[in-house]
Design a protein around this ligand. Structure first.
Ligand code: TYD
Length: 221
C-alpha cells in the first residue's frame, strides 16, 4: 500500500524545474519531513548508464523507438529501486521528470502513438502514480537560451537536436512538447498544475509550496 506523497516536476529545457525540485526537497528536509529526490533519466546504477547513452551527442540519429524504450527502462529501475520503496515507507518522493516527459516528448514531440506511450508508461510505473505534478511552463526559445548558458557539453544531445532539427511537421519540436504538456494538464486538472516559469525562482517557489502544503495537510488528516 502506497503511503507517501509522490511529486513530479516537468517542463521544457531551461524551465528551472531542477532548481524548484531541489528547493522543495531542501524545504521538506528542513521541516523534518522524510523525503527523497530522484531524477530521470538516471537515479539508479543502470539508469545512470542509460542516461549516458541517451544524452551522448555521439548517439545522434538514435531511432525514436530505441530512445523511448531506454527512457522507460531507466524509469522501471527508478520505480522499483527508489520510488516505490520510499513511498511505502511514507516518504515524500520528488522526481525531476517522470512519465509525463515520455508522453510529451516521445508521444506529442516525436509522434509515437499515444496509446503505445500510455500503455508502456503504465506497465513501467505500476502503482507509482504521481499525486502532484508541476509543469513549469516556458517559451521554448527562452528555455533553450537559458539551458545553453548552463549546459554540460557532453550531455547536450537533446539540446543540440532541438536547435538543429527544430522544425518537425511545421512546428518547433519543443512547441509540440509544450502543447502535449498543456493537453495532459487539461486531462488531469487535479494532479497537474501549470506554473508560469517566467518569474523569479522565489515567486515560483511560493506558488509551489502553497500547493504542496495543501496536499501535505490533506495527507496528515
Ligand atoms: P536532462 O539533461 O535531464 O535535461 P533536463 O534538465 O531538461 O531534464 O535531459 C533529459 C532530456 O530527456 C530532456 O530533453 C527531456 C528528455 N526526456 C524525454 O525525451 N523523455 C523522457 O521520458 C524523459 C524522462 C526525458
Amino acid at each position: 500500500m502506497k503511503k507517501g506523497l509522490f511529486i513530479t516536476f516537468e517542463g521544457l529545457e531551461g524551465c528551472g524545474k531542477t532548481t524548484q525540485a531541489k528547493m522543495l526537497f531542501d524545504f521538506l528536509i528542513k521541516q523534518k519531513i522524510p523525503s527523497i529526490y530522484t531524477k530521470e533519466p538516471g537515479g539508479t546504477k543502470i539508469g545512470d548508464k542509460i542516461r549516458k547513452i541517451l544524452l551522448d551527442q555521439k548517439n545522434d540519429g538514435m531511432d525514436y523507438k530505441t530512445e523511448m524504450l531506454l527512457f522507460l527502462a531507466s524509469r522501471a529501475e527508478n520505480v522499483r529501486l527508489i520510488i516505490l520503496p520510499a513511498l511505502e515507507e511514507g516518504k515524500v518522493v520528488i522526481s525531476d521528470r517522470f512519465y509525463d516527459s515520455t508522453t510529451a516528448y516521445q508521444g506529442y514531440g516525436r509522434g509515437i502513438d499515444l496509446k503505445i506511450t500510455k500503455h508502456l508508461n503504465n506497465l513501467v510505473v505500476g502503482k507509482a502514480i504521481p499525486d502532484l505534478t508541476f509543469i513549469l511552463d516556458i517559451d521554448p526559445y527562452e528555455g533553450l537560451r537559458r539551458s545553453a548558458s548552463f549546459g554540460n557539453s557532453r550531455e547536450m544531445r537533446f539540446e543540440e537536436e532541438f536547435i538543429n532539427k527544430k522544425i518537425i511537421g511545421g512546428k518547433l519540436f519543443l512547441e509540440r512538447v509544450r502543447q502535449g504538456y498543456y493537453q495532459l494538464s487539461y486531462e488531469e486538472i487535479e494532479r497537474i498544475k501549470i506554473i508560469d516559469a517566467n518569474r523569479s525562482k522565489e515567486d515560483i517557489f511560493e506558488e509551489i509550496i502553497k500547493i504542496v502544503n495543501k496536499k501535505l495537510a490533506y495527507l496528515v488528516n
